[in-house]
Design a protein around this ligand. Structure first.
Ligand code: GLU
Length: 419
């Protein structure tokens, strides 16, 4: 048992991070208080006809945290342990994410308490359409634009876009992003989170003077971000993927794990665990491996006061949202571990969502090379904006990213005349 009793409520964490940034920036009291809370939130109940003929009531949320910089933007999670405070925190982090990337969006997040792994395709479709009917008047292409996140897929985005368009009476592809390409999705959206994260790792290595070729990376989480991370860390950065994990456990191989073989094994068996040529490790052990890069790519609060002192990675690339607690941040900073904070590291997803929205709005579609080039330019610029503040102010990289992001949102609130 740790002596430190940490508060792991994600919204408390998001607020305490903002408080810290507000102190560094010398933010005035009104702006600080305004940015501590979401501007709007909607709680809905969604009745869904289940395959057995019964009707189940699901709870859903949409939180629009701040729209000073533009329509709000952010994903939607389907998760059995979803809470309103998690959605609030994720909406706050979206606000800082779009801001640090310089996108013309505010931040939002949605959620629904459900377990998609236990639902049929038909039930999932009815729930997805039900969520849109429930929040339909609250969202829209120039108001609030949802996207995929944990356990939500391009197919779910397609059903949602279709439902929204039926309600509007005409096709509104830009009401949601992360759609299949056939229905107005963008080239390059599928691996955008991982690709963007790789660009920030590449820049971090430059900044730190590290050569990553042949070095090891451990990836916690083997969903959309984790699988593409395993592929691109090798292909773009020359890293050796020595460990990956999912909710059932992890696997390790010093020689490296092939992402395709691991993915196929997970598809066939439900988990990466048991892959031939690897040894099993726990999620906890994975986080403490001696690797150049550690990539948490699953959920919140995996690096805490309990384990941060045992982290041996040189760079932590936060493909997940909220994986590191404030107490862990302090420990990692003192240990000289370079953290690429979540809302910078994983911003590739929303950046290509922005490209998708622009393409939907203009009706003119870009090729893959254009998307990837523009993503690289955006991520690289954002990385160095943050690195500059980190260097100049001597603060940890998460606070540096907060300073850049919060200042822009605060200035937008002031320039609009709100405060
Ligand atoms: N859910 C992703 C995130 O957390 C993507 C959001 C988006 O594309 O709007 O950044």
């Amino acid at each position: 048992m740790s002596e430190v009793q940490e508060d792991l409520n994600p919204f408390d964490i998001a607020q305490s991070q903002l408080d810290h940034a507000a102190r560094i920036l010398g933010l005035d009291e009104a702006t600080h208080q305004f940015l501590r809370l979401p501007m709007r939130e909607l709680h809905v109940t969604i009745p869904v006809r289940m395959d057995d003929g019964s009707t189940r009531i699901f709870q859903g949320f949409r939180v629009q945290y701040n729209d000073a910089l533009g329509p709000t933007k952010g994903g939607l999670r389907f998760h059995p342990e979803e809470t309103i405070d998690t959605v609030r925190a994720l909406a706050a982090w979206m606000t800082w994410k779009t801001s640090v990337l310089g996108l013309p969006f505010g931040g939002a997040k949605g959620g629904c308490i459900c377990d998609p792994k236990l639902m049929s395709v038909g039930e999932l479709e009815r729930l997805s359409r039900g969520w849109v009917r429930a929040v339909g008047s609250f969202i829209g292409h120039d108001r609030d634009v949802p996207a995929p996140d944990v356990y939500t897929t391009p197919q779910i985005m397609a059903w949602m876009m279709d439902e929204y368009s039926k309600m509007a009476g005409y096709d509104v592809p830009g009401c949601i992003t992360g759609k299949p390409i056939l229905l107005g999705g963008s080239e390059g959206r599928d691996d955008a989170t991982a690709r963007g994260a790789c660009f920030t790792i590449r820049e971090a290595a430059k900044y730190l003077g590290l050569d990553l070729q042949g070095e090891a990376i451990a990836i916690q989480g083997f969903g959309n971000a984790g699988v593409f991370m395993a592929e691109l860390a090798r292909d773009l950065l020359g890293l050796r993927v020595v460990a990956v994990s999912d909710t059932k456990g992890g696997i390790y191989s010093a020689d490296g794990i092939d992402w395709q073989v691991a993915r196929d094994h997970k598809q066939a068996t439900g988990s990466v665990v048991g892959l031939a040529g690897t040894r099993p490790i726990s999620n906890a052990e994975l986080l403490e491996l001696d690797v150049a890069v550690l990539c948490p790519a699953a959920l919140e609060n995996v690096l805490t006061a309990d384990n941060a002192s045992r982290v041996r990675a040189r760079i932590i690339a936060e493909a997940a949202n909220g994986p590191t607690t404030p107490a862990a941040d302090e420990i990692l900073h003192a240990k000289n571990v370079f953290v690429i904070p979540d809302f910078l590291c994983n911003a590739g997803g929303v950046t290509v969502s922005y490209f998708e929205w622009v393409q939907n709005t203009s009706g003119y579609y870009w090729d893959l090379a254009t998307v990837q080039e523009r993503l690289d330019a955006r991520m690289t610029e954002a990385f160095w904006r943050v690195a500059k503040v980190h260097e100049e102010r001597g603060i940890d990289s998460r606070m540096a990213a907060y300073c850049v992001a919060v200042q822009r949102v605060a200035d937008a609130c002031k320039t609009r005349g709100w405060i």
